[in-house]
Design a protein around this ligand. Structure first.
Ligand code: GLU
Length: 517
């Protein structure tokens, strides 16, 4: 089987189908991203379907969160909840249920002998579990063996079944998984997979409240929405054989989308699946998330100062690479280079340092005015008003070392506020009457530089150093900025301007003279 064959026949249609059971975490965003890249690469459609059939796990706000997160990441579906209805609306399963579509397919499965009614009560199911546990069955299941001792349309007579249905006794519809059959299917990432049907349970397809389970609902919707490829997390791989069987029973094997199960995202040490508790201080969620049920709040990548481009670039390389060692990829480049065949099946380790590195790379690429505009709100929070052009120059100067815009403020605060103290260690080691005299001379020297630009300052200081004795640049830096290291000193002087530079040196002389006396 080959992805390109089918693609030439059908328009590619993929879906991201989250359940609104909590905040969408970064693993979910990566699934959405791979679907998006694949769709765009093949000029296809990318759909957002909300799988909300499990009302007990429904979390208020989760759906809006998913929509906002996808928007922030720039991976917007062209059809689906929150993004405009396409030809297959509604896109929320709870609303689709009212059209009777799931029941229709469930009935078809029963007629085809691929599913059956089960009338067992909770107590009866519990009894079965206990019985199997007592018999030391490792994983007690409702399956080809145990179903024969239960109350279902395989063990009851036709009349009995009809009577129960007519009298409104609650029932579920289960998939009838055969004994000892080979189920084979192809996964674009993993190749051929063969599973013996005896290991699979008779999954519930339709619940007693009339709601379909995920297993039935997603199949029905994928068929109805003409989905060509199902790209989803590895955790769904164990259910895939049951899905393959369902298509077979429906007689729609040839309409089954191609499958691609994405690798797990692993903890930084590679030991197990990444969880909210193992991200080494980085967020798990794209945006701030507050879980109303537990009262817990989580910070998002957005609020931590990550650029969406950096975030998705990092995510794209968790399990995929373009095959050319390129790490910084624009969305357009990712689209061009993306292929499911290049997705690895081994788990991908989350790397917090690398994640910050990505943000740094994107920060460095940003234009100084753009950075200045991003820095402005942070300055405002700190009661600083500065001219945008001045801020832009500071951004240009500081951006090399910063991973985040807020670090431009943290590292470069002294470009906006005069220092009120000087690095103790430097002063203790270097401040003496000679240095005081030298600073006075340097002040005079600086006074005469025109225009007051980095190159000129550099030459003047250099000459001074050669003719009149070595300049202690670290000391001057400390007097000007309060700290002992930072970007190019002469550029700091140029940006501060002559009068501020001189004034700061003057203030330092005064303050240090006072402390010395
Ligand atoms: N609703 C499922 C989930 O939340 C979707 C799985 C699929 O893509 O088929 O993971």
């Amino acid at each position: 089987m080959n992805t390109t064959n089918t693609m030439s026949e059908k328009r590619v249609r993929v879906r991201f189908a989250p359940s609104p059971t909590g905040g969408l975490h970064m693993g979910g965003v990566r699934t959405a991203l791979f679907n998006y890249l694949f769709a765009k690469k093949h000029n296809g459609d990318f759909i957002l379907r909300i799988e909300d059939t499990d009302q007990t796990r429904y979390v208020k706000g989760a759906e809006d969160y998913i929509i906002e997160a996808l928007k922030w990441c720039g991976i917007e579906p062209n059809e689906g909840v929150g993004f405009g209805d396409g030809p297959y609306a509604p896109y929320r399963q709870s609303e689709r249920k009212n059209t009777g579509i799931y029941m229709k397919y469930a009935q078809k499965l029963i007629e085809a002998g691929g599913a059956y009614y089960a009338f067992d009560t909770e107590e009866e199911l519990e009894e079965m579990r206990k019985r199997l546990e007592a018999a030391k069955v490792v994983s007690p299941q409702y399956n080809h063996i145990t179903r024969m001792n239960m109350r279902n349309s395989l063990t009851l007579s036709h009349d009995e079944v009809q009577k129960l249905l007519d009298s409104g006794v609650p029932y579920v519809i289960r998939l009838k998984v055969p004994r000892n059959e080979e189920i084979r299917f192809y996964d674009i990432i993993r190749g051929w997979i063969v599973v013996n049907s005896s290991t699979i349970d008779d999954k519930v397809l339709l619940k007693s409240d009339g709601m379909p389970t995920y297993h039935l609902a997603h199949i029905v919707d994928d068929i109805e929405m003409k989905i060509t490829h199902v790209i989803r997390g590895e955790e769904w791989l164990p259910s895939a054989p049951a899905h393959v069987l369902t298509y077979k029973y429906l007689g729609l094997e040839n309409q089954m989308p191609q499958l691609a199960h994405l690798p797990l995202i692993l903890k930084p040490d590679g030991k197990g699946k990444l969880s909210k508790r193992d991200t080494s201080g980085l967020p798990m969620f794209p945006l701030n998330w507050h879980d109303e049920r537990t009262g817990e709040s989580y910070i998002g990548y957005r609020e931590s100062g990550f650029f969406p481009e950096a975030f998705i670039n990092m995510l794209a390389l968790l399990g995929w690479n373009p095959g050319n060692n390129q790490e910084i990829l624009s969305k357009e480049e990712m689209i061009q280079l993306f292929s499911l065949e290049k997705v690895h099946k081994a788990g991908a380790k989350f790397d917090p340092e690398k994640t910050k590195w990505f943000n740094q790379q994107y920060l460095r690429k940003k234009d100084k005015l753009e950075l200045a505009k991003l820095l402005e709100p942070i300055l405002k929070e700190n009661n600083i008003t500065a001219d945008l052009e001045y801020t832009a120059k500071v951004c240009e100067l500081m951006k090399e070392k910063a991973h985040f815009v807020k670090e431009i403020w943290e590292f470069g605060k002294y470009m906006f506020v005069e220092p009120d103290k000087y690095d103790e260690k430097v002063i203790q080691k270097k401040w003496n009457p000679d240095s005081q005299k030298q600073i006075q001379e340097i002040k005079t020297l600086l006074q005469n530089i025109e225009p007051f630009e980095a190159d000129n300052i550099h030459h003047a200081l250099d000459n001074f150093s050669k003719e009149k004795g070595k300049i202690d640049y670290q000391l001057i830096r400390t007097l000007l900025t309060g700290v002992s290291s930072g970007p190019s000193l002469v550029h700091i002087m140029e940006i501060l301007g002559k009068s501020k530079t001189l004034k700061r040196l003057e203030t330092a002389l005064e303050k240090l003279a006072v402390t010395q006396n």
